[in-house]
Design a protein around this ligand. Structure first.
Ligand code: AMP
Ligand code: ZN
Length: 114
């Protein structure tokens, strides 16, 4: 997808601080972290938002969700806990239209969100 920031990060055209990479997914650090640990998990294939999740290969979806607890464990946030966030659309606060999941941890996070 042309002019998609996260497609460019997935292809390596734009640099990111990578936490984990496989053939189909990438985990990289958010440029504006909202917690001591804040990474974004994306499929490399372009999917615009949660509304199009049905277009994503279920194997990749499974890989995303099975990778999350591993990343949490490797970064020492499993025991105290963490938050997984997907912002969808403008009311959801989505600013990059390539589906991504935020994994935040390392501090006590407030609820409810604003
Ligand atoms: P959202 O608002 O849910 O669409 O999340 C987009 C996230 O992408 C925000 O938390 C941004 O800080 C983050 N972001 C924007 N540009 C970059 C970048 N070049 N590298 C890493 N994270 C980015
Ligand atoms: Zn994209």
């Amino acid at each position: 997808m042309e002019n998609c920031l996260f497609c460019k990060i997935a292809s390596g055209e734009i640099q990111s601080k990578k936490e984990f990479e496989s053939e189909n997914i990438l985990v990289f650090h958010d440029i504006t972290p909202q917690a001591p640990f804040h990474v974004l998990i994306i499929p490399k294939v372009h999917i615009s938002s949660m509304n199009q999740i049905g277009d994503l290969d279920p194997k990749i979806l499974t890989e995303i969700f099975q990778t999350i607890p591993k990343i949490a464990e490797q970064n020492g946030i499993s025991e105290k806990g963490y938050r997984l966030v997907n912002n969808c659309g403008s009311f959801g606060g989505q600013t990059v239209n390539h589906i991504h999941f935020h994994l935040l941890g390392g501090r006590h996070l407030k609820w409810p969100p604003g």
